[in-house]
Design a protein. Sequence first.
Lengths: 171, 737
Amino acid sequence: MAQQQRDVDNVETFATQARGYGVDVSRHAPEEVEQAIAERIEPPAVGTSLPWEDVSLPPAVTTDPTTGELREAVTGVTPAALAVASYGSLVLRADDHGSEPVSLFNDLHLAVLQEADVVADMAAAFTWFGEELRETRDSAIIATGPSATADMGALVQGAHGPKRVEVLVVT
Amino acid sequence: MSRASKADHLRHVMETEGDAVGANTRGFNAGRYESVAKLETYEALKDRAREIKADAITRLPELIDELTETVEENGGTVYLAEDAADANAYIESVCEGADRVVKAKSMTSEEIDVNEQLESRGIDVVETDLGEWVLQVADAYPGFDGDPSHIVAPAIHFSRPEIAQLFNDHFEPDERLETAEELTAFARERLGELIEDADVGMTGANFITADSGTIATISSEGNIRKTVAVPETHIAVAGVEKILPSVEELQPFVELIGRSGTGQDITSYVSLFTPPVSSPRPHFDEPETPLAGDGSSREFHLVLLDNGRMAMRDDDELRETLYCIRCSACANTCANFQSVGGHAFGGETYSGGIATGWEAGVHGYDSAAEFNDLCTGCSRCVPACPVKIDIPWINTVVRDRLNREGDPAAFEFLVDGLSPDADEGVDHQKRLFGNFETLAKLGSAFAPLSNWVANSQPAATALERLVGVSAEREFPPFQRTTLVEWFAARDVVPPLDPDRKVVLYPDLYTNYMLTARGKAAVRTLEALGVEVLVPPAPGSGRAPLSQGMVATAREKAESVADALGPYLEAGYDVVVIEPSDLAMFREDYRRLLPEASATLFADASYEILEYVYGLLENGADPDALSAADDDGRVAYHSHCQQRTMGLEPYSVAVLEALGYEVEQSNVECCGMAGSFGYKEQYYELSMDVGAELEGQLREIDADRVVASGTSCTDQIGDLLEEEPTHVVELLDPEGRR
């Protein structure tokens, strides 16, 4: 119970922080996720399959896309491996399905996150990174809000990466 | 560069770029204050970050070996390059046969001028960071300066309309570009296409972990991710100092770097790449090919650059430069940088306060000499630095080394005898200001005659021509009777059983010129039940230290220790009026005196209002002091070094306790900064920095202006044409001035 309460608190903090960057955060039961994604995508959409048995992508999302489909897509759907509550950050892990390009090249990035995978702070996140990266030699991105630049004389959201990010938290 | 051409160069930069640079850097700086205030563990994280860097630099050779082994185990290659030419030759060999290299922003790659090298081989080199790309486009256009003006935001010297004009002229788009959104969309589209069929992606690294071979990069645009994701070959160029022992040790830096630099809690992307990255490469020339795969065709080359760094590591004074994480806090927080930016306050590659260390270390002292004088030692960068580097000290040491290479030319007669043997080779202007104590003694002995002469037209002209003292500045008047003489001649019976015993340090300004504040301080302390002594004591060494005359400063420090040591041992506290001298006692003496002596000074010395605050807190009677009446609205400008020591709240608290309503300026420095604003070549810059303060003080529009430092008093006097008083003068039991 205590653990569950901590998870809920972390998700709440995460959502508040992420909304500060213009990121929409919504919570869904596993069986509702497919529908929620379908409602939020802007077609065409590509995605990488979600690593959880009880959660799936809607048919409107092309999984295992070609490079051409990646290029044409407006929305990219990927799982997030972890989130950092105090910063409103997502941890996007590079994988063989292409989550790194799918979360990067499209205007809208939809990230799907498990409630239990939200950690409180950076210290907790880096304990996780330390173990994971030493062991697997994988790559990951700590992504906070959409891509942005101030180099053109004012703050603009959507530089080289997505203009908009939405997070679906699976309860 | 001569003093006149230096002044011309600064004026030109201020006129053409000052507004854009000022707005951006002040915005970053304000963001930093806001962002770090939200971080409860800020100070602890800085301590931790410094500790990690210190350890990593100590163990650097061992970490280089460990990292090399790790990267090779991961399937990459490590090349340890001795210098720029060596690095470029290797990069060129990797890029053999490539048509295009896309680059993420990297200062280290700029340090070695790799773009020019590759372009000379016919390779198309494209910067993908939007700011860097603007510079690349601008470089070919007359009237646009294509050199970076800031280490993090390289194109801040351009305004949006200037970028729009540049793009419209250069690319002739179908629809003219105007807004930041349009400019960004245009750049994204264009650069996106250039990335798609690039052969090589080159990045830098903010940090590299020896245990996993992970490269951490900090960015917001997403261009670094694309630069790594798409091309077949990834080259990372990084200074050897970027290595950290383990992944966990990235944490404090990730929390500090964005906040310290551009005032962002965190940037959009902190990439933790462990190359060769095992994510599939999109093949844009084969749109039917499925994306999925393990990316195993990727090649990775890590170029670790020495280029003077291992020698810096062996140099006790420059070593801390290697702790620098290039966040740009020292640039944004610097009042002079805010006015001129990196085109004046920078060398071949690096700009801002810490650039002196980098340039001296990687490009040599000539490059550092171009801008080293622009560090006034105000110390506002010190609390801003996330790894707590004593940046003013590095500037002082480099100045000292430059002085020793110097060539004292003509006009020996004027300044001969001013400089003791300790610092030979110092130029005349620095010697004049470095030996202010001698001047002050002479000025006081011959006052008021000396005041008439010093501020007479012929003398002003001669001072400007011979030693570069700005003719625009008026010298503060010397007093015939010094504070020490006044005190000795007084007929006051000391309290029999005082609560505290104090030596009021007669700093040069208070003793020879601004004696009123000294007298007010004596009477204030006595009224609060303190026994006060004002013994003769030499200058603290601040003046020579600020001119890079370290040996002379050390001699002064030793003389002060001789003069005040017996009082300290007898249990006296040392109370100081001039904040820059207090900073010597508390901070700089650590570098100049044996540890025991320095600790004694640091522990026993107090700023005057800090001391009064302590007395009042411990039960002294505030009614013994003058209080506010109906003109109680006060504008207060604290002193840069006073703020760095965290002491200005005491002045505010005491004034408020006495019934004043206090509003503070928030500029980092008044612009005078000791002798800086007196120098002919820096007068206009000093006034430009001061304009910010002037605006604030006029807006506050208080009944009176008070300040804590002498140079602030002089500067505000010149700006408002009315000399402010010191805070303690409002407390004087004999009545406010």
